[in-house]
Ligand binder design. Structure first.
Ligand SMILES: C[S@@+](CC[C@H](N)C(=O)[O-])C[C@H]1O[C@@H](n2cnc3c(N)ncnc32)[C@H](O)[C@@H]1O
Length: 215
């Protein structure tokens, strides 16, 4: 008998964030820590951030909510599920973050980045584990079209076998990035990486696909 895989409900996917001890919450804290450290190291008066498949925006909203310099940031959260976009907008309003916008769009399409690129920080959390290996590589290769000079990319990926993270780290290097951090806690499957762009930014293409979600 053929097995049937239930489609993931991307709204309910966020429920483990309610439990501080869940692996997802641990992953979130690492991503937020890197966002905060990145802000600490960038004195610029104006910074652009894009979050790819942003979900409810817990990482960016949580990291910015407690900062007195949040008004330096102009951020766009690109998310497909309208329920998550609505939740993100509520979170943004509750935190008083005037510089953040949540947009309902297909983040796998270059056209979605018309306003957000080139970005100084690209958040790629919960993306690389939900697309084909070929699209993971294509997405990393597309980042120079989304990144400003000296940009940082914060990314996550499961290390469930077969672990793609060694290849991912190599692909970042090939695309002109230097690794600043890679967390792979031994008791969980998630990993969090931070890479800095040392290459030449490329002009964003207005059309064309970057990746297609498979989950
Ligand atoms: C694994 S969750 C990650 C959410 C968020 N980045 C986080 O780490 O909390 C993946 C998210 O991608 C969204 N998504 C799926 N396909 C998408 C697409 N084509 N464009 C934008 N978002 C998409 C889902 O609705 C879901 O919120």
């Amino acid at each position: 008998m053929a097995s049937v895989t239930a489609a993931i409900d991307w709204h309910d996917w966020h429920l483990p964030y309610d439990d501080d001890t869940s692996p997802l919450s641990r992953r979130l804290r690492l991503v937020q820590q890197h966002i905060s450290e990145w802000l600490d190291h960038r004195p610029d008066s104006s910074l652009r951030i894009v979050s790819v498949c942003a979900g409810q925006g817990h990482d960016l909203i949580g990291a910015l909510a407690s900062r007195s310099d949040a008004d330096r940031v102009c951020a766009e959260l690109i998310e497909y599920d309208p329920r998550n976009v609505a939740a993100a907008r509520m979170g943004i309003a509750a935190a008083g973050l005037n510089g953040i916008t949540a947009t309902q769009a297909d983040a796998g399409d270059f056209a979605a980045y018309r306003r957000a690129a080139p970005a100084d920080l690209v958040v790629l959390a919960g993306v690389l584990g939900n697309i084909s290996d070929g699209d993971v590589r294509a997405t990393i290769n597309a980042l120079p079209r989304l990144c400003a000079a000296d940009a940082t990319v914060i990314w996550t990926r499961t290390r469930r076998s077969p672990d793609l993270t060694p290849a991912i780290r190599g692909w970042f290097t090939d695309a002109g990035f230097a690794e600043e951090a890679f967390h792979a806690p031994p008791d969980v499957l998630f990993s969090v990486g931070a890479h800095r762009f040392h290459g030449q930014p490329q002009q964003a293409r207005p059309t064309g696909r970057i990746f297609t979600f498979t989950a």
